[in-house]
Design a protein around this ligand. Structure first.
Ligand code: SF4
Length: 169
């Protein structure tokens, strides 16, 4: 695995990308092409900027006021091995890890042993917000997601009970 990750951006402190004050990594690369996507500049593999994984992990670990990390995009599952590495490296700090993806939970479960890093990433995140943004289901009143087809999934409970468990905040 290369020691660099391709990102569209970093927010070192955000209140709107999950519960509490969170460090946010916006992954570059997305293949879903959702109509009405808010971040079309994050789709291309030719865009973004390469960052050292070790530098990102250091920034997260040395930030004294955040209580969680969010992987957004783009789609973090296109670089799942890198995000899994970050998630594992910061878990000892008791951060919660949230992850957005345009793939559905069911699709990830079916393909997690085929796609590089998917199983590892799934096993190291707390909340997964899944599915593509669907303009016809857009609802500005939804918390932490854009359209009502997207679900907020408690991943550890879902894996332990072998069924999808959703949560609301
Ligand atoms: S998954 Fe997210 S980043 Fe990708 S096209 Fe859909 S809305 Fe845009």
């Amino acid at each position: 695995m290369t020691d660099k990750i391709l990102l569209a951006g970093i927010l070192s402190e955000s209140l709107v990308n999950g519960e509490g004050l969170r460090f946010v990594l916006f992954s570059q690369i997305c293949k879903h092409n959702c109509s009405g996507c808010f971040n079309p500049e994050t789709h291309s593999e030719a865009g973004g900027e390469w960052f050292d994984l070790s530098e990102i992990i250091k920034q997260i670990k040395t930030n004294p006021i955040i209580n969680g990390v969010t992987f957004s995009g783009g789609d973090p599952f296109e670089q799942a091995d890198k995000f899994a590495y970050i998630a594992k490296s910061i878990r000892s700090k008791n951060f919660t890890v949230w992850c957005y993806t345009g793939y559905t939970y069911e699709y990830i479960m079916q393909n997690k042993h085929i796609q590089k890093g998917w199983d590892d990433l799934l096993n190291n995140i707390d909340i997964l917000i899944d599915g593509p943004f669907q303009e016809e289901h857009y609802n500005p009143n939804l918390k932490y997601r854009g359209s009502s087809n997207q679900r907020m999934i408690n991943v550890p409970s879902s894996l332990a009970q072998n069924k999808m468990i959703t949560v609301e905040f």
